[in-house]
Ligand binder design. Structure first.
Ligand code: GRF
Length: 202
């Protein structure tokens, strides 16, 4: 199973997945790490492990279709079975999402359908919810609303700041995303008619 992971920044989720893939000997490899900006510090980390890296600067493109087409060309050169968005901060066009239908996965830092979009931890604190967390889901053209594969739940504690909550959620992301990537690597995840089943789990 070949993964291409897309990042925009430090790529801590990419690191967690890559480390787990190697340490646990999945029948899989991270074929490439691709970023939309060369400052993404996750690129150096991946390159340090000998993983091919590419940058497709969104600034180099006049519009989203042009960027997405260039991005897809770079991705397809690595022939991925799955494309994992990990802290990838670009909204992708419907054409791009359709091109990768059923094999494009994202992690969102909330318990969807609660709190789609940005500043999810502030949304959670303002809503006063007792629990919060992260969702790994297949990407469909409707932002942050694709078929869910797994969620991780963390408590919201009295006096939590946005940063404290974000940190707690990120730690849970580093548990849930590698678990889902392992299920994908072992061919245990099926998506049929918008419904996800995981062999032996859900
Ligand atoms: C984090 O806020 C995480 O919740 C979300 O993307 C951001 C960066 O994650 N998934 P990463 O460290 O680049 O994986």
């Amino acid at each position: 199973c070949r993964f291409v992971i897309l990042i925009s920044g430090r790529g801590s989720n990419m690191q967690s997945i890559t480390q787990a893939c190697r340490d646990q000997g999945w029948p899989a490899e991270v074929a490439a790490v691709i970023a939309n900006r060369e400052q993404a510090s996750g690129l150096e980390w991946a390159a340090g492990l000998g993983i091919p890296t590419r940058v497709v600067p969104h600034r180099d493109h006049p519009d989203r279709p042009s960027f997405d087409a260039a991005l897809a060309r770079e991705i397809d050169a690595f022939e991925p079975d799955y494309v994992l968005l990990a802290g990838f901060m670009r909204i992708l066009t419907d054409d791009f999402v359709r091109h990768y239908a059923g094999r494009l996965v994202n992690i969102h830092p909330s318990l969807l359908p609660l709190f789609p979009g940005l500043a999810t931890h502030r949304q959670a604190l303002e809503a006063g919810v007792p629990v919060h967390g992260c969702t790994v889901h297949f990407v469909t053209p409707v932002l942050d609303h694709g078929p869910m594969i797994a969620q991780g739940v963390v408590p919201v504690r009295a006096g939590d700041t946005e940063d404290a909550l974000a940190e707690r959620v990120l730690s849970m992301e580093h548990v849930v995303y590698p678990a889902v990537a392992s299920w994908l690597a072992h061919g245990r995840v099926a998506l049929e008619d918008g419904k996800v089943t995981v062999d032996g789990v859900a």
